[in-house]
Design a protein around this ligand. Structure first.
Ligand SMILES: CC(C)(COP(=O)(O)OP(=O)(O)OC[C@H]1O[C@@H](n2cnc3c(N)ncnc32)[C@H](O)[C@@H]1OP(=O)(O)O)[C@@H](O)C(=O)NCCC(=O)NCCS
Length: 149
Protein backbone atom coordinates (compact mmCIF):
# COMPACT_ATOMS: atom_id res chain seq x y z
CA UNK A 1 0.00 0.00 0.00
CA UNK A 2 1.77 3.16 -1.16
CA UNK A 3 -0.42 6.17 -0.39
CA UNK A 4 -3.21 6.58 2.13
CA UNK A 5 -5.16 9.83 1.83
CA UNK A 6 -8.16 11.47 3.48
CA UNK A 7 -10.50 13.46 1.26
CA UNK A 8 -13.48 15.43 2.45
CA UNK A 9 -16.52 13.66 1.00
CA UNK A 10 -19.03 15.41 -1.25
CA UNK A 11 -22.59 14.38 -1.92
CA UNK A 12 -21.47 12.60 -5.11
CA UNK A 13 -19.60 10.13 -2.84
CA UNK A 14 -22.80 9.21 -0.98
CA UNK A 15 -23.48 5.88 -2.72
CA UNK A 16 -19.95 4.52 -2.24
CA UNK A 17 -19.98 5.39 1.48
CA UNK A 18 -23.51 4.11 2.11
CA UNK A 19 -22.56 0.82 0.38
CA UNK A 20 -19.49 0.42 2.62
CA UNK A 21 -21.64 1.00 5.71
CA UNK A 22 -24.35 -1.38 4.44
CA UNK A 23 -21.79 -4.15 3.88
CA UNK A 24 -20.54 -3.75 7.47
CA UNK A 25 -23.92 -4.46 9.09
CA UNK A 26 -27.08 -4.48 7.00
CA UNK A 27 -29.43 -4.55 10.00
CA UNK A 28 -27.79 -1.71 11.92
CA UNK A 29 -27.53 0.24 8.68
CA UNK A 30 -31.29 0.19 8.25
CA UNK A 31 -32.41 0.28 11.90
CA UNK A 32 -30.11 3.15 12.85
CA UNK A 33 -30.85 5.12 9.66
CA UNK A 34 -27.15 5.33 8.98
CA UNK A 35 -27.55 6.49 5.38
CA UNK A 36 -29.15 9.67 6.74
CA UNK A 37 -26.32 10.05 9.27
CA UNK A 38 -23.71 9.74 6.52
CA UNK A 39 -25.48 12.29 4.30
CA UNK A 40 -25.75 14.73 7.23
CA UNK A 41 -22.02 14.32 7.95
CA UNK A 42 -21.20 14.96 4.27
CA UNK A 43 -23.36 18.11 4.28
CA UNK A 44 -21.65 19.29 7.50
CA UNK A 45 -18.17 18.66 6.05
CA UNK A 46 -17.54 15.98 8.68
CA UNK A 47 -17.17 12.93 6.45
CA UNK A 48 -13.78 11.89 5.05
CA UNK A 49 -13.21 9.24 2.39
CA UNK A 50 -10.19 7.06 3.06
CA UNK A 51 -8.32 6.29 -0.16
CA UNK A 52 -5.54 3.74 -0.58
CA UNK A 53 -3.63 4.14 -3.82
CA UNK A 54 -6.47 6.40 -5.02
CA UNK A 55 -9.15 3.74 -4.41
CA UNK A 56 -11.96 4.35 -1.91
CA UNK A 57 -11.50 1.77 0.85
CA UNK A 58 -13.37 3.29 3.77
CA UNK A 59 -14.54 6.44 5.48
CA UNK A 60 -14.38 8.35 8.74
CA UNK A 61 -16.86 10.64 10.48
CA UNK A 62 -15.01 13.35 12.38
CA UNK A 63 -16.39 16.33 14.29
CA UNK A 64 -15.96 18.43 17.46
CA UNK A 65 -19.07 17.39 19.39
CA UNK A 66 -17.10 15.78 22.26
CA UNK A 67 -16.35 18.65 24.69
CA UNK A 68 -15.21 20.72 21.67
CA UNK A 69 -12.37 18.27 21.08
CA UNK A 70 -11.59 16.49 17.81
CA UNK A 71 -13.78 13.37 17.82
CA UNK A 72 -13.64 10.32 15.57
CA UNK A 73 -17.28 9.29 15.56
CA UNK A 74 -16.83 6.35 13.22
CA UNK A 75 -14.17 4.73 11.05
CA UNK A 76 -14.85 1.87 8.68
CA UNK A 77 -12.42 0.08 6.38
CA UNK A 78 -14.02 -2.26 3.84
CA UNK A 79 -13.34 -5.86 4.86
CA UNK A 80 -11.06 -6.80 1.96
CA UNK A 81 -8.72 -3.91 2.79
CA UNK A 82 -8.34 -4.52 6.52
CA UNK A 83 -5.15 -5.50 8.36
CA UNK A 84 -2.88 -3.39 6.15
CA UNK A 85 -2.44 -0.42 8.46
CA UNK A 86 -4.98 1.76 6.63
CA UNK A 87 -7.07 2.72 9.69
CA UNK A 88 -3.89 3.41 11.64
CA UNK A 89 -2.64 5.81 8.97
CA UNK A 90 -6.07 7.43 8.49
CA UNK A 91 -6.29 8.18 12.22
CA UNK A 92 -2.80 9.68 12.16
CA UNK A 93 -3.88 11.88 9.24
CA UNK A 94 -7.06 13.10 10.95
CA UNK A 95 -4.94 14.30 13.88
CA UNK A 96 -3.22 16.64 11.41
CA UNK A 97 -6.59 17.86 10.11
CA UNK A 98 -7.91 18.50 13.62
CA UNK A 99 -8.20 22.09 14.86
CA UNK A 100 -7.63 20.85 18.41
CA UNK A 101 -4.47 19.54 20.05
CA UNK A 102 -6.31 16.46 21.24
CA UNK A 103 -8.38 13.96 19.29
CA UNK A 104 -10.70 11.59 21.12
CA UNK A 105 -12.59 8.48 20.10
CA UNK A 106 -14.24 5.43 21.62
CA UNK A 107 -14.85 1.82 20.80
CA UNK A 108 -16.44 -1.22 22.39
CA UNK A 109 -14.28 -3.39 24.66
CA UNK A 110 -15.02 -6.29 22.30
CA UNK A 111 -13.48 -4.43 19.32
CA UNK A 112 -9.86 -5.52 19.73
CA UNK A 113 -8.98 -4.66 16.09
CA UNK A 114 -9.88 -1.03 16.68
CA UNK A 115 -7.98 -1.00 19.98
CA UNK A 116 -4.85 -2.32 18.20
CA UNK A 117 -5.15 0.25 15.42
CA UNK A 118 -5.58 3.02 18.02
CA UNK A 119 -2.48 1.88 19.91
CA UNK A 120 -0.50 1.83 16.64
CA UNK A 121 -1.72 5.34 15.82
CA UNK A 122 -0.43 6.59 19.19
CA UNK A 123 -3.72 6.88 21.05
CA UNK A 124 -3.81 6.40 24.84
CA UNK A 125 -6.55 4.85 26.93
CA UNK A 126 -8.66 7.52 28.65
CA UNK A 127 -11.23 5.49 30.55
CA UNK A 128 -14.34 3.40 30.13
CA UNK A 129 -18.03 3.76 30.73
CA UNK A 130 -20.63 1.08 31.10
CA UNK A 131 -24.32 1.17 30.28
CA UNK A 132 -24.32 1.99 26.57
CA UNK A 133 -24.12 -1.51 25.04
CA UNK A 134 -25.16 -4.18 27.53
CA UNK A 135 -22.15 -6.23 28.67
CA UNK A 136 -19.73 -4.43 26.34
CA UNK A 137 -18.22 -1.30 27.92
CA UNK A 138 -17.23 1.71 25.81
CA UNK A 139 -13.48 2.42 25.94
CA UNK A 140 -12.33 6.00 25.36
CA UNK A 141 -8.98 6.96 23.83
CA UNK A 142 -7.17 10.17 23.00
CA UNK A 143 -4.14 11.33 21.12
CA UNK A 144 -2.44 14.18 22.93
CA UNK A 145 -0.53 16.30 20.44
CA UNK A 146 -1.37 16.78 16.79
CA UNK A 147 2.28 17.80 16.12
CA UNK A 148 3.31 14.23 16.95
CA UNK A 149 0.83 12.64 14.55
C1 LIG B 1 -11.37 -1.40 13.21
C2 LIG B 1 -10.96 -1.15 11.77
C3 LIG B 1 -11.34 0.29 11.37
C4 LIG B 1 -9.45 -1.34 11.64
O1 LIG B 1 -9.08 -1.07 10.30
P1 LIG B 1 -7.74 -1.68 9.66
O2 LIG B 1 -7.38 -0.85 8.50
O3 LIG B 1 -7.91 -3.13 9.43
O4 LIG B 1 -6.71 -1.44 10.87
P2 LIG B 1 -5.13 -1.51 10.76
O5 LIG B 1 -4.74 -2.37 9.58
O6 LIG B 1 -4.61 -0.13 10.81
O7 LIG B 1 -4.75 -2.22 12.12
C5 LIG B 1 -5.37 -3.42 12.42
C6 LIG B 1 -4.45 -4.60 12.12
O8 LIG B 1 -3.53 -4.43 11.04
C7 LIG B 1 -2.17 -4.58 11.51
N1 LIG B 1 -1.31 -3.67 10.75
C8 LIG B 1 -1.08 -2.37 11.02
N2 LIG B 1 -0.22 -1.87 10.10
C9 LIG B 1 0.03 -2.85 9.21
C10 LIG B 1 0.80 -2.94 8.02
N3 LIG B 1 1.50 -1.88 7.55
N4 LIG B 1 0.82 -4.10 7.34
C11 LIG B 1 0.11 -5.16 7.79
N5 LIG B 1 -0.64 -5.12 8.92
C12 LIG B 1 -0.67 -3.99 9.61
C13 LIG B 1 -2.29 -4.25 12.92
O9 LIG B 1 -1.24 -4.79 13.69
C14 LIG B 1 -3.56 -4.94 13.23
O10 LIG B 1 -3.33 -6.34 13.10
P3 LIG B 1 -3.89 -7.43 14.05
O11 LIG B 1 -5.26 -7.00 14.47
O12 LIG B 1 -3.93 -8.63 13.20
O13 LIG B 1 -2.91 -7.47 15.16
C15 LIG B 1 -11.64 -2.18 10.80
O14 LIG B 1 -11.44 -3.48 11.31
C16 LIG B 1 -13.13 -1.93 10.60
O15 LIG B 1 -13.54 -1.18 9.70
N6 LIG B 1 -13.98 -2.57 11.44
C17 LIG B 1 -15.42 -2.42 11.35
C18 LIG B 1 -15.88 -1.04 11.84
C19 LIG B 1 -15.34 -0.72 13.21
O16 LIG B 1 -15.34 -1.55 14.11
N7 LIG B 1 -14.86 0.54 13.36
C20 LIG B 1 -14.27 0.98 14.62
C21 LIG B 1 -15.27 1.54 15.60
S1 LIG B 1 -15.85 3.12 15.07
Amino acid sequence: MDTIELKRATISDKEVLVDIDFRLDEIEHVEQRRAEKIVQAIVNGQCFIIEADEKEVGFMLFDYRFFDQGWIELIIIDEEHRGKGIATKAMELICKESKTNKVFTSTNKSNTKMQKALAKAGFSFAGEIIGLDDGDPELFYFRARKDDC
